[in-house]
Design a protein around this ligand. Sequence first.
Ligand SMILES: NC(=O)c1ccc[n+]([C@@H]2O[C@H](COP(=O)([O-])OP(=O)(O)OC[C@H]3O[C@@H](n4cnc5c(N)ncnc54)[C@H](OP(=O)(O)O)[C@@H]3O)[C@@H](O)[C@H]2O)c1
Length: 426
Amino acid sequence: MRVRIGLLGYGNVGAPLAALIERTRPEIARRTGVDLEVHRVAVRDLDKTRSVPIPSGLGTTDAMGLCSGEEVDLVVEVMGAVDPAHDLLAAALSSGKPVVTANKELMATHGHDLLAAADEAGVDLLFEAAVGGGIPFIRPLRESLMGERIRRVMGIVNGTTNYILDQMTSHGTSYADALAEAQRLGYAEPDPTADVEGHDSAAKAAIIASIAFGAAVTAADVHCEGISGITADDITDAARLGFVVKLLAITEPTDTGIGVRVHPAMVPIDHPLASVHDSFNAVFVEGESVGDLMFYGRGAGSGPTSSALLGDIIDAAVNLSKGAHASVGTLNAVDITPIDEVIGAHSIQIRVDDRPGVLAEVAGAFGAHNVSIRSMEQEGMGSDARLVFITHEAREADVRATLDDLRRLDSVTRIGSVLRVIGSEE
Ligand SMILES: NC(=O)c1ccc[n+]([C@@H]2O[C@H](COP(=O)([O-])OP(=O)(O)OC[C@H]3O[C@@H](n4cnc5c(N)ncnc54)[C@H](OP(=O)(O)O)[C@@H]3O)[C@@H](O)[C@H]2O)c1
């Protein structure tokens, strides 16, 4: 069966994807019985000079015509942004066309309604490339692990921030120098805000939470902190205690709903996520029956992203040829646990006067808020004395109240870095 593809976008991902489809077309047809043909390519500007020209006769600027008309059988969206992609994909689905997209921003804001529209139309909406680039992770979560009770998912889902933190860890580089190097290598945008402030990871966290827990989670639900405040001292201090600092997207069930958040965290050096270097991504899944799993690979780039898109395109085309479609099931409304109620361990550094009774005062501040101390180290003497505490798991609100009390103590001269700690209780 021939499946005519309407490609929305011919940029960094769209152009190599079209070439990949063309290159692999005979092999895919032989193995699956579907003949994938890039039939039309919609872009903003047909007169633009392109390093890879749009094949003759395929270009159009009428993206809506492609999505709502009869000219193509399947729509692949690689144009990015929420608008007009949302209207276009809604039109494609309601006119019975399966859709494959790499658009995390769109899926993190409108995934819920688009997935419902796909279910209603009885067609696929597949989005493997939206999280983790080439890492096949959404499909295993959606299919293989559908029956698994997921205890927690933790992901390093932004290659730029992982590169920056890895440079700081491996070479003692400052944040500013590591960011400049990431920009020089093309890993970071000239305006790096979306990456370094965690917004890109938050969109991906929302998608992961939706699929892991069958919940309607959007990027706005995700508590988000980035890495721009991480210092070289934070990194070396973490290393001295046996940890590395990573930017994590974390989602887990709680007593009242689900928690979903992005923030830097100290990860034990022997945890699999600690060995994710450079700009690589990884998603670590903790399941009740299956135990721990980790998915690892290139989280972006035109090759890995095209590979993930092609896998989805084949899946959708084969399903179309059989009149079938995959489903993520119903995404139910869910209570998002506020960050104050999230339970976790923290590392807290403070500078104190080195005199008798100080330790008891400081310990009293922790005790007053039921934050128990797992370990404490003193470094330096006299006015240089520094205490490094690692707490047991405690409510975030209680840790914050402890910090407020510590700030009020005369003997505490400075609160240094405060970082969440992952995996210290296991
Ligand atoms: N780059 C990656 O490594 C990567 C990885 C994972 C996911 N993604 C996702 O893949 C998508 C595409 O990324 P990209 O890097 O390929 O973007 P890009 O290079 O900026 O290309 C965007 C393409 O979409 C077209 N386009 C934009 N707005 C349009 C509109 N309103 N109507 C018609 N065409 C329009 C552009 O047309 P013109 O060519 O005429 O300007 C261009 O061809 C994004 O959702 C991104 O988040 C990218």
